[in-house]
Ligand binder design. Structure first.
Ligand code: SF4
Ligand code: SF4
Length: 393
């Protein structure tokens, strides 16, 4: 790679593994922590975490972060990330680590945090284990909570099953009611699969009917060993149509309802760094911390070959400047010929390497959802640009 196009000039000619001087690495700005690894109390049929061949911890059934690892993680990361520290918890299902684990986390944050330090906690959950005690913790410390719910009952229960193979909708709706009753703020994460991608109006009305005003849609794209889409995988055209119809439904509500992708496009148009890594220039804004302290550059690439270190053995500056981190981050800069001439390149930056790598295991491929991105950028960029201008005025 020519040095002019390399976002990490210190790594030009660094194939011998020599690491750059301290202080030169892009900072790790948030952590995605998996206190129960990929272990889950549900058995959703579309879940890519379950029984993944590349999962380095697959053979280990009971995976929980110990209090020693937690303490080391909190202590060192609060010091490294001062003054703004972001801890996000995900799984598998993170609540399997138990409420005392998270109460201990908050205690440690109080113990090791310094004057002037802002600490934010977020948690993504399937909602199955939530009760009043969880609500008290989330509300007391203003956690950002995300609940997975794919829409009305017949939609959600097409793929989201418990271990007995039964639908989960009723139990999740009880948790949604509990969160509302206890004044906990939360948003909804909806996976777009063949069950719901052709029903944007039904989904939007369903969530609005529940009083939800913050929604994130995640497109599902998993492929078999030959690179063929799995039955629940959506096509780029379906995803594009969904987003365009959703945009039209949302537009009259734009000042009161937040749809994450539309927020992110507006952020990019306003000259800010969008809140989603898929629209960043490189893949290095966060890292994943596994239950045993192992660190990886992305939730989709928790694989032995991408391990960056371990929080109980390595310092954060050491992890941040690992050659592998640069190597992974720069996968996104392999611009496909179509991206090089694309009018949306400065917003999209080639999409997500997971969706390039998915069908054929090649980072050089075009993002599987490219056609969808072009559809929604074509539909949304001009109105959002005008809106951003109005708001900035
Ligand atoms: S591969 Fe995709 S999800 Fe992972 S860091 Fe890069 S853009 Fe984000
Ligand atoms: S819309 Fe498609 S061609 Fe354009 S930058 Fe994104 S992935 Fe590349």
């Amino acid at each position: 790679m020519a040095s002019g196009s390399n976002p990490f000039p210190l790594y030009v000619g660094g194939a011998n593994g020599v690491e750059p001087a301290l202080g030169q690495a892009p900072r790790i700005t948030s952590l995605l922590i998996k206190p129960a690894s990929a272990v889950c109390n549900l058995d959703c049929s579309y879940c890519f975490y379950l029984d993944r061949d590349a999962d380095p911890y697959k053979a280990l059934p009971a995976r929980r972060m110990t209090s020693e690892t937690l303490e080391r993680l909190v202590d060192t990361y609060l010091f490294y990330s001062y003054p703004n520290s972001v801890f996000a918890f995900q799984g598998g299902e993170p609540t399997l680590a138990g409420l005392p684990f998270f109460e201990k986390l908050v205690e440690l944050q109080k113990q090791y945090g310094r004057d002037g330090q802002t600490v934010s906690n977020a948690l993504q959950t399937n909602g199955i284990l939530l009760d009043k005690n969880w609500c008290d913790l989330f509300r007391a410390y203003q956690w950002l909570l995300g609940v997975s719910l794919d829409g009305p009952e017949e939609v959600n229960d097409r793929y989201r099953f418990n271990k007995e193979g039964r639908g989960t909708w009723k139990r999740v709706m009880e948790s949604v009611a509990l969160l509302k009753k206890n004044g906990v703020e939360f948003n909804i994460l909806c996976v777009l699969s063949q069950a719901n991608v052709d029903r944007p109006k039904d989904l939007y009305r369903f969530y609005r009917g529940l009083g939800i005003d913050h929604i994130q849609f995640i497109p599902l794209a998993e492929f078999d060993a030959e690179g063929h889409p799995m039955p629940f995988t959506i096509s780029p055209e379906q995803y594009g149509r969904f987003l365009c119809e959703l945009f039209d439904l949302w537009w009259p509500d734009r000042r009161k309802v937040r749809i994450r992708l539309f927020d992110n496009i507006a952020e990019a148009l306003a000259g800010q760094k969008p809140g989603t890594c898929t629209m960043h220039e490189t893949c290095d804004s966060y890292v994943v911390v596994e239950y045993n302290g192992d660190v990886y550059p992305c939730d989709f690439f928790v694989e032995g070959g991408w391990k960056l270190g371990n929080v109980t053995l390595d310092s954060w500056p050491e992890i941040a400047r690992r050659t592998r981190r640069y190597s992974f981050a720069s996968k996104k800069t392999l611009a496909h010929p179509e991206c090089q001439v694309c009018e949306y390149q400065s917003i999209c930056h080639g999409g997500c390497p997971k969706f390039r790598h998915g069908p054929h295991k090649k980072f050089e491929d075009l993002d599987y959802f490219c056609a969808a991105y072009k559809m929604i950028y074509g539909r949304s960029v001009e109105p959002l640009r005008a809106e951003v201008r109005r708001m900035m005025r």
